[in-house]
Design a protein around this ligand. Structure first.
Ligand code: C2E
Ligand code: MG
Ligand code: MG
Ligand code: MG
Length: 291
């Protein structure tokens, strides 16, 4: 009996594996066509300066408007895109698209807007990377300071010497550089000193239960203090409520980002929010909300 059910489990298991492989195969084929079909969209989420309550910038976050599955989040396709080599082409679309968007906002009289893009390790090390950035800046004429690059510790540590070289080149161009998901990786402090970065983004996993979890609170305090001593700005991500915000303000975090202020928004809604010149501390959750 046991043997029989074991056999069934095995059959079920291989069947499920085939299903997963098939789903993945289909998704990859669809991803391959998604760029041509213009199915990718960028959403933008504000970053808030905690000393003024104003926009300090925003982050571009990719979504896939899938014809059958609807709006898909990066967690369900970025990894497949990366593994199948498609993230390079996607990145070559994201960077100029963000630059053109900044240019359009500036043409609408929205001044000094900056936006951050997330960069994968593979694209940061790609031979076309620097040219993509330079061309996008040249073609839109936006100031390099308006473009920020977010790199994770894992990206930096994947090939430290090489990444450091590209980071220096980007810094020389005048871009802003941030370390994303800071605290989740293994970058050593001595290494951090050598990196030409402007900002540390504290990973949202440390923020969620910051008032109750002493270990997380200690990590966040430590990052804020590292930021101070290395003259790096510190931003907390994943701020969802007023008590997290109060805690971060009391501890001296300079910026914050999260659903408490605004979810990532499609361009039209972000434009409306920018035009309101919202003060996020007086009026959290600006007036426009979306998924
Ligand atoms: P990330 O760069 O750390 O982005 C922050 C993620 O946290 C975003 O998820 C954002 O929507 C979400 N978030 C923001 N505020 C809150 C909050 O208050 N609570 C919670 N629970 N979540 C919040 P999203 O858009 O699903 O992106 C996930 C990850 O996918 C990003 O993490 C980034 O690593 C990657 N990603 C997104 N867009 C791109 C892209 O254009 N290129 C690349 N290479 N990666 C991207
Ligand atoms: Mg990011
Ligand atoms: Mg992050
Ligand atoms: Mg993250």
């Amino acid at each position: 009996h046991a043997k029989k059910s074991g056999g069934n489990n095995f059959q079920f298991f291989t069947h499920r594996l085939n299903e997963i492989a098939h789903e993945r195969f289909v998704l990859e084929a669809e991803l391959r066509r998604a760029l041509d079909r213009e199915e990718f969209v960028l959403y933008y989420q504000p970053k808030v300066d905690l000393s003024t309550g104003r926009f300090s910038g925003m982050e571009a976050l990719i979504r896939w408007q899938h014809p059958a599955h609807g709006l898909m989040l990066p967690e369900s396709f970025i990894r497949i895109a990366e593994e199948s080599g498609l993230l390079t082409q996607i990145s070559k679309w994201i960077i100029p698209t963000v630059c053109r968007q900044i240019q359009q906002w500036q043409q609408q009289g929205i001044n000094s807007v900056s936006a951050a893009v997330n960069l994968s390790a593979s694209f940061f090390q790609h031979p076309d990377f620097e040219e993509t950035i330079e061309d996008s800046l040249l073609q839109t004429g936006i100031a390099p300071e308006c473009l920020e690059l977010e790199l994770t510790e894992a990206t930096i540590m994947s090939d430290p010497q090489r990444v450091l070289g590209s980071m220096a080149a980007m810094k020389a161009l005048g871009l802003q550089l941030s370390i994303d998901d800071f605290g989740t990786g293994y970058s050593s402090l001595s290494y951090l000193k050598k990196l030409p970065v402007d900002k540390l983004k504290i990973d949202q996993s440390f923020i969620h239960n910051i008032a109750r979890d002493a270990d997380n609170a200690a990590v966040v305090r430590a990052v804020i203090s590292i930021g101070r001593s290395m003259q790096l700005r510190v931003i907390a991500e994943g701020v969802e409520n007023a008590s997290q915000l109060a805690w971060l303000q009391a501890e001296g975090s300079e910026e914050a980002q999260g659903y408490y202020f605004s979810r990532p928004l499609p361009v039209a809604k972000m434009t409306a929010l920018l035009k309101q010149r919202a003060n996020f501390l007086h009026n959290p959750r600006g007036k426009t909300q979306s998924k």
